[in-house]
Design a protein around this ligand. Structure first.
Ligand code: NAP
Length: 505
C-alpha cells in the first residue's frame, strides 16, 4: 500500500539534491480524484492515498444508474486527455460505459493499491504542519497535503413532500435507483425535469404502461443527436491516436460556442435560444406545447440536451402534469387541484445539493477556523482551488469552477496540475506550508461577482447554479481563462511558512 505514514523521516536524499517526498491524501475516487491520483503517480509521488467512502470508484457514474443515463457531453471530450479511449460506442456514451472507463483508469495507471474503498473521511485538521485526517472507522492518517475531490453533485436532494413515507409503492431518488423494482408493468411517476428527469422520460416514455411526469418548471431542450461510432471509426482512432486528439480539440472548440452563450450576451446566446425554440415547435399539440414552454431565457437553468424528449412526452401513456404536487398518499401523488395520479413507482429526479462540496466533512485549519465558519456566507475559494487559512489544501471542482455546460474532465486536469505544481515546489524545498491570503481571495471573488451580471444564469430563474446571495456560483468566463489563471502559482498571493500560527488568519 502506498498509503501515507506517520513516519517522522519523510524526506529522502536523492543522488543529486535534497528532494523531499510528500505524503498526500485525496478525498474521493470519482473523476477528479482519479485524475489527481494519475497526476501524482506521473509526478513520481508514491506516498498517496485516495480515500473513498463508497465501495467502488467512479463517483457520479457509480451513483447514477437510472434508465437512459448518458453523459450529455460528447465522450470524445468527456475523458482524460492523457487517456483517450478510441472505442466509445456512441457520440454520447451511456453511464455504464463511462463507469467502465473510470474503472479501467484504475487498472491502466496501477492505482488500485493507492485507493481505500469504504473509507469515509469525517474530519481533517491541520496541526503541527500536517493534515490529520480522521475516518469513520476511527483511524487517523497524516499527510503533508490534502486534496478534496469530493465532486459537485453528490448529495441527493429528497424533497419534503408530505406523505411520501406513506406511499405503498417503491420510491427513490434517481441517484439511488432501486433496480430490484421491475418497471415492466408499472405506472411510473417521475418528479423533476432537469437533465435527469428528461433522460428518464426519454427512455421510459412508451415502454411502461403509464408515465406521469410531474413538472414544476419547464426546460429549454437542445436536440443534439446521438450516433453510434461504427467499427471503421473506432479502428481508425485506434490506429491513429492523433485523430482522438483532433476530435477532442474539435469538440472543445464547438463547446466554446456554448460557453460563450452562457457567459455573455451575443450571437451564440441568440443562436442556441433559437434552436431551442425551433425544437419546441416540433410539439404540434398546442396545449402540450404551452405546458412545455419556459418563461425564462434558454440556458438560465442548465441546458438540457435531448433529441427525443419531445417525442417521448407524446407517446401513448405519457402525461405531463403541471399542477403542483400537494402530497403523496398510498396510491400515488395528489396535486393541488385535488387530482390523484395513481402510480406504482415514484422516481425523484429532484437534483442535488450543489453547495455542499466537501461538507459534511469538517475541516479545521491551524487557527481553529472551520470550513463551516469559512463558508457561512456560501462557498468561496481562491481561484477555485484553495482556501485562506487552510494550508496545503487543494480543491478539485471547488467553488466557482467552470461546471456550466462544459466537460468537467479538462477542468479537473487543470486544477490537478495546479496542485502538482505546488507539491513540486514543496519537494524542491521552496516552502513547507502555504495558503492563499484573504486579500487575494477577496479580490478574486469581487472580480467574479462583478462579472456575474453578464452571465445567462443571472437572467432570472431558479437553478442549482445560484448561491444563497442569489448570484451564480459558477465560473463567469471561459474555461480557457480558468486554465490560463492556473498556469501560474501566483506565489505572491500566498502566506508561506509563517513564523507564528496566528499569521494564517
Ligand atoms: P436539477 O437540474 O436540479 O433538476 C431538478 C428538478 O427537480 C427540477 O425540474 C426541479 O424543478 C425539480 N424539483 C425539485 N424539487 C421539487 C419538488 N419538491 N417538487 C417538484 N419538482 C421538484 O437535477 P438533475 O436533473 O438531477 O440534474 C442536476 C445536474 O446534474 C444537471 O444540471 C447536470 O449538470 C447534471 N446531469 C448531467 C447529466 C448529463 O447527461 N451529463 C445527466 C443528468 C444530470 P424546478 O426547476 O422548478 O426547481
Amino acid at each position: 500500500m502506498g498509503g501515507t505514514s506517520c513516519d517522522a523521516t519523510r524526506s529522502r536524499e536523492s543522488d543529486f539534491a535534497m528532494f523531499r517526498m510528500p505524503s498526500v491524501i485525496v478525498i474521493g475516487a470519482g473523476m477528479s480524484g482519479l485524475c489527481m491520483a494519475v497526476k501524482l503517480r506521473r509526478a513520481g509521488i508514491t506516498d498517496f492515498t485516495v480515500l473513498e467512502k463508497a465501495s467502488d470508484v467512479g463517483g457520479t457514474w457509480r451513483d447514477n444508474t437510472y434508465p437512459g443515463l448518458r453523459c450529455d457531453v460528447p465522450s470524445a471530450f468527456y475523458q482524460y486527455f492523457f487517456d483517450r479511449n478510441p472505442d466509445w460506442s456512441h457520440f454520447f456514451a451511456a453511464g455504464d460505459e463511462i463507469q467502465d472507463y473510470f474503472r479501467g483508469v484504475v487498472d491502466r495507471f496501477a492505482l488500485r493499491e493507492h485507493i481505500e474503498l469504504d473509507t469515509e473521511v469525517t474530519r481533517a485538521e491541520f496541526a503541527e504542519g500536517r493534515w490529520r485526517v480522521r475516518t469513520a472507522d476511527g483511524r487517523t492518517r497524516e499527510a503533508d497535503f490534502l486534496i478534496s475531490a469530493s465532486g459537485v453533485l453528490h448529495h441527493p436532494v429528497v424533497p419534503d413532500i408530505p406523505g411520501l413515507d406513506s406511499f405503498d409503492g417503491a420510491w427513490f431518488h434517481t441517484a439511488r435507483w432501486d433496480h430490484s423494482v421491475s418497471l415492466a408493468d408499472k405506472r411510473v411517476g417521475v418528479v423533476g425535469t432537469g437533465s435527469t428527469g428528461v433522460q428518464i422520460v426519454s427512455e421510459l416514455g412508451g415502454s411502461v404502461p403509464k408515465l406521469s411526469l410531474f413538472q414544476r418548471t419547464p426546460q429549454w431542450v437542445l436536440p443534439v443527436p446521438n450516433w453510434r461510432n461504427d467499427r471503421l471509426t473506432r479502428a481508425l482512432r485506434s490506429r491513429f491516436p492523433a485523430l482522438t486528439s483532433l476530435e477532442y480539440r474539435l469538440i472543445e472548440g464547438i463547446f466554446s460556442i456554448l460557453v460563450a452563450a452562457v457567459t455573455r450576451p451575443g450571437w451564440q446566446r441568440t443562436m442556441i435560444s433559437k434552436l431551442c425554440e425551433l425544437n419546441l415547435r416540433t410539439v404540434r399539440d398546442q396545449d402540450l406545447r404551452r405546458k412545455l414552454t419556459p418563461d425564462y431565457q434558454a440556458m438560465c437553468k442548465r441546458l438540457v440536451m435531448s433529441p427525443s424528449f419531445y417525442r417521448a412526452v407524446r407517446r401513448p401513456g405519457v402525461e405531463v402534469i403541471t399542477e403542483r404536487i400537494d402530497h403523496v398518499e398510498p396510491r400515488g401523488v395528489v396535486t393541488t387541484d385535488g387530482t390523484l395520479h395513481e402510480v406504482d413507482v415514484l422516481a425523484l429526479a429532484t437534483g442535488f445539493d450543489s453547495h455542499a462540496y466537501l461538507r459534511p466533512v469538517e475541516l479545521v485549519g491551524p487557527t481553529g477556523r472551520t470550513l463551516s465558519d469559512a463558508w457561512s456566507e456560501g462557498p468561496r475559494a481562491y481561484r477555485t482551488v484553495a482556501l485562506p487559512e487552510f494550508p496545503n489544501l487543494f480543491l478539485l471542482m471547488g467553488p466557482h469552477s467552470p461546471v456550466g455546460n462544459f466537460s468537467l474532465v479538462p477542468i479537473a486536469e487543470v486544477q490537478a496540475d495546479y496542485a502538482i505544481s505546488w507539491i513540486r515546489a514543496w519537494q524542491r524545498g521552496e516552502y513547507t506550508t502555504a495558503a492563499p491570503t484573504r486579500e487575494a481571495t477577496d479580490d478574486y471573488n469581487a472580480r467574479l461577482r462583478a462579472a456575474m451580471p453578464n452571465t445567462v444564469w443571472a437572467t432570472g430563474c431558479q437553478s442549482w447554479y445560484l448561491g444563497k446571495d442569489g448570484l451564480p456560483e459558477v465560473w463567469p468566463w471561459s474555461p480557457h481563462r480558468h486554465a490560463r489563471m492556473l498556469r501560474d502559482r501566483h506565489t505572491d498571493e500566498f502566506v508561506v511558512d509563517p513564523a507564528q500560527e496566528g499569521v494564517w488568519r
